[in-house]
Design a protein around this ligand. Structure first.
Ligand code: PEP
Ligand code: MG
Length: 889
């Protein structure tokens, strides 16, 4: 015979049917109450009706599952026995609270009723027992208004209005100024309101009240507030809510009573100190309502020392048991402490870090658990300035949170203006429809960047992340008039020179200046990162294009450069002129003349980067973007260039036209440029190896890894590799130096992944360019997707933006195939990733699982990747396999 399903779990007097690990069935609150009872902590007796009962209630067209009600009544009897009062007993009435509680905390989203069990008779018993008439009628009128609104659907303000009228009539300022007689009258007034509004009498039968109360809490699971919260937080409807019915204890029975909330450690700093607030002579709702200012918990120490000592003992016991920082709620009734709730407390990133490290040092948790306690993404909060959480802000628009941190500045609309103003020590925010490589200087000068178009891997997003600069991308609500230098959003107009503030962690654009708080990399941060480094297998490199970025990357713990994009070097200072000269030249000789001017500058860059990286590997990618990106786009700029170079403007226009491509991302770029113009790649290889040889002369170690982009066919790679090898050998012979180097390729096109075994015959390493690989696998432009991808995520077609987190089923399958095929042809081949996904935790875990050697990401995301790599390892071990490779970097 099947065992009967249990719908009701009792707790009281040190015994509980449930346990702390039964959150699915009892909800967070029910599980916490059961566990505290088992631990011998004082909790008022009660019972929890399961989430399963809630789901079956809805399945059964809102009738209780068979046996549930009888179980509840039996549990109620046990509560009566434990408390020594009777439910509905006019002499010694038991009152209960009926509380919701789902598996995940949904603060304030569902309903609760307090003081249930009161009627015209039991209120007299309550007064008799408390010897306090005012308290009795106050509890009763509060109950009618709460039950009337939550259960019977009367608008709350009807009750509030009646109370205000009474206060006015008696010239009472606060509710507490109303005498017992007035509250007694309010009970009658409230009952009339209920009758008028619903056509029904207020139910006097406590059992009927209980039944209606339980129904109301069940029903609140599908209330508007709860449904919206679930949608926003990805909580499924199928979880249901549990209902806890708990004997009431009163914090408002006079000056030896009260109620409070506390954290077992400081939730903002993580300091190991009990941190709480308390109100004497008050009920829980008074603390939350914020009408009276709560006192620090120390106030309790002087006035109620016994309760204070008990509370200290309880919190220590709870923390030791749960091995985490907890948030607790308690009530003191006439000097006696009762715990009403406990759950793992929310905390800031800094606090999370400190708590995890200190708890591991206190041997409460292991180092592995400490590592898993931190959400890697939270680390961002510690590395960038943030908006002061106490600041009042006026948000005018929201775009994509493209690069975290916060920035304040005056609005400018062009890169040149950004640079001009920055030179005058003004802080600026660069506002553009979208950015292009030409804007690099202005982006560098700005505090932050906003674009109206573009997604998470748009130019602005990628470059800003690389610079560690705050960026909001794809903020479609901004209507930017770059010509007339203003933007509008709704009815707000922001002109050049007006201040705005950006929150790159949330995508918010805020009007005016807001207070920021600066990051602090505390001792705990360093300790935890040290543990992460010891735990992980995956190496972490950075994407860095300048000596400055390389230094930042090393400071953040990068173990090499996984991607140095050489095109960014082409825009600096005077070089753009030489680049344009090269593009405009019609003959090989002309191009070579221009390239000869670029050679020393490029070599200088590489020397700077190699020096900063102090013998760590540096992967340098040869030129990737289509050439037209280097030519001026506006008429004004064309004319200026024509004057500078002494070339007729018509000729320039014609050149621009000839370079125009319908789909440049799939056009003449990557190694396709090297195939057509081998002299460009030759110059770059020469610069790399001359730089390496010159440093070798100084006895500095360098490890260059030359990377060929956008390879689809083995022959593209063999030709470009031969060119690089020839150049390297020639340079090394000239310098009489031997440098060990490798030549590899990016895997960023589906075809390359499909024929990775062929490509691995030539490539000495692979690096997955998952930005382009995602773009080409989905056939989805990375620069335009920002406009409509949010709809896909919102509608649940995609769980996440695939440009943010690797699409493991599709793009990930190609990567897996690339790894397997690559290593089948070249066993033990070093393989990494340098797309933006390299700094996103779920993608890092995926890279660990498929056996990559390293991930490479923007310098500011290096700590995130280090922690995510450690977590991947710890989780893998827990599942019984460690996966991943650790090779030489
Ligand atoms: C990529 O495609 O993933 C990559 C790293 O190259 P880029 O973003 O420069 O195209
Ligand atoms: Mg690419």
């Amino acid at each position: 015979m099947a065992t009967k399903k249990k719908y009701v779990y009792y707790f009281g007097d040190g015994r509980a049917d449930g346990r702390g690990d039964m959150k699915d069935l009892l909800g967070g609150k029910g599980a916490g109450l059961a566990e505290m009872t088992r631990l011998g902590i004082p909790v008022p007796a009660g019972f929890t009706i399961t989430t399963e009962a809630c789901i079956e209630f809805f399945d059964n067209k809102k009738s209780y599952p068979k046996g549930m009600w009888e179980e509840a009544l039996a549990a109620l009897k046990r509560v009566e026995k434990s408390i020594g009062c009777g439910f509905g007993d006019p002499k010694s009435p038991l009152l209960v609270s009926v509380r919701s509680g789902a598996k995940a905390s949904m603060p304030g989203m569902m309903d609760t009723v307090l003081n249930l069990g009161l009627n015209d008779q039991t209120v007299l018993g309550l007064i008799e027992k408390s010897k306090n008439e005012r308290f009795g009628y106050d509890a009763y009128r509060r109950f009618i208004s709460m039950f009337g609104s939550v259960v019977m659907g009367v608008k709350r303000d009807k009750f509030e209005k009646a109370l205000e009228e009474k206060k006015l009539q008696l010239r009472a300022r606060l509710d507490t100024d109303l005498p017992a007689e007035a509250l007694k009258e309010m009970v009658q007034t409230y009952k009339k309101i209920v009758l008028n509004e619903t056509g029904r009498n207020f139910p006097e039968d406590p059992i009927e009240q209980l039944r209606l109360g339980i129904n109301a809490v069940f029903n609140s699971w599908f209330g508007q507030r709860a449904m919206t919260y679930r949608r926003l937080n990805n909580i499924p409807d199928t979880w249901g809510t549990a209902v806890s019915v708990v004997a009431m204890v009163f914090g408002n029975l006079g000056e030896t009573s009260g109620t409070g909330v506390a954290f077992t450690r400081d939730p903002s700093t993580g300091e190991r100190r009990f941190f709480g607030e308390f109100l004497f002579n008050a009920q829980g709702e008074d603390v939350v309502a914020g009408i009276r200012t709560p006192l620090p918990i120390d106030a309790l120490k002087q006035k109620l020392p016994k309760a204070y000592r008990d509370l200290m003992a309880v919190y220590k016991k709870l923390e030791k048991h749960y091995k985490d920082m907890l948030d607790i709620e308690f009530t003191i009734q006439e000097g006696k402490l009762y715990m009403l709730q406990t759950r793992v407390g929310k905390r800031t990133a800094a606090a999370a870090m400190r708590i995890a490290v200190e708890m591991a040092k206190e041997k409460l948790i292991t180092k592995e658990t400490a590592l898993l306690r931190i959400d890697p993404v939270q680390l961002d909060q510690l590395l960038h300035p943030m908006i002061d959480p106490k600041a009042k802000v006026r948000i005018i628009a929201k775009g994509l949170p493209a690069s975290p941190g916060a920035a304040i500045g005056k609005v400018v609309f062009t890169a040149e203006e950004a640079q001009h103003m920055a030179e005058r020590h003004e802080r600026v925010i660069l506002v553009r429809t979208e950015t292009s490589p030409e804007d690099i200087g202005g982006m560098h000068a700005a505090e932050g960047i906003v674009t109206a178009r573009g997604g998470m891997t748009s130019h602005a997003a990628v470059v800003a992340r690389g610079m560690g600069k705050c960026c909001v991308a794809g903020c479609g609500a901004l209507h930017i008039d770059e010509e007339r230098k203003f933007f509008t959003v709704g009815d707000v107009t922001v002109k050049e020179g007006d201040y705005i503030t950006l929150n790159g962690s949330t995508g918010e654009v805020i009007l005016g200046q807001v207070d920021l708080i600066q990051p602090e990399m505390s001792g705990s941060f360093k300790t935890l990162m040290g543990w992460a480094d010891a735990a992980r297998k995956l190496n972490v490199r950075a994407n860095a294009d300048t000596p400055h970025d390389a230094r930042v990357a090393r400071e953040f713990g990068a173990e090499g450069i996984g991607l140095c994009r050489t095109e960014h070097m082409f825009f600096e200072g005077d070089r753009i002129k030489a680049v344009r000269e090269m593009i405009l030249a019609d003959t090989l000789e002309g191009r070579k003349r221009a390239l000869a001017k670029l050679l020393p500058m490029q070599k200088g860059d590489f020397i700077g980067i190699f020096r900063e990286m102090k013998g760590l590997p540096v992967t340098i990618r040869l030129l990737d973007p289509p050439l037209h990106e280097f030519l001026p786009q506006t008429e004004e700029d064309l004319e200026e260039l024509s004057r500078e170079m002494g070339i007729h403007v018509d000729l320039l226009r014609a050149k621009n036209r000839s370079l125009h491509e319908f789909n440049p991302m799939l056009g003449h770029r990557g190694c396709r440029l090297g195939i057509t113009f081998p002299e460009i790649y030759e110059m770059q290889a020469q610069a790399i190896f001359e730089a390496a040889c010159e440093l070798a002369q100084e006895k500095l170690k360098v490890i260059p890894e030359v990377m060929i982009p956008l390879v689809a066919h083995i022959k593209e790679l063999s030709e470009m590799k031969a060119l690089c090898v020839r150049t390297a050998e020639e340079v090394m012979a000239r310098y009489k130096k031997k440098i060990s180097y490798t030549i590899g390729t990016m895997i960023e096109l589906p075809r390359a992944a499909l024929v990775a075994d062929q490509i691995a015959r030539e490539a000495e390493f692979f690096s997955f360019g998952t930005n382009d690989l995602t773009q080409t696998t989905f056939g989805l432009s990375r620069d335009d997707a920002g406009r409509f991808l949010p709809d896909y995520v919102h509608k649940g077609i995609l769980d996440q933006d695939p440009f943010v987190a690797i699409d493991q089923e599709g793009v990930g399958l190609l990567m897996k195939m690339g790894v397997e095929k690559g290593r089948s042809a070249r066993p033990g081949m070093k393989i990494g990733i340098c797309g933006e996904h390299g700094g996103e935790p779920s993608s890092v875990e995926f890279c660990h699982r498929i056996g990559l050697n390293y991930v490479s990401c923007s310098p500011f995301r290096v700590p995130i990747a280090r922690l995510a790599a450690a977590q991947a390892m710890v989780r893998g071990k827990m599942k019984g396999k460690d996966g991943g490779h650790r090779a030489t970097v």
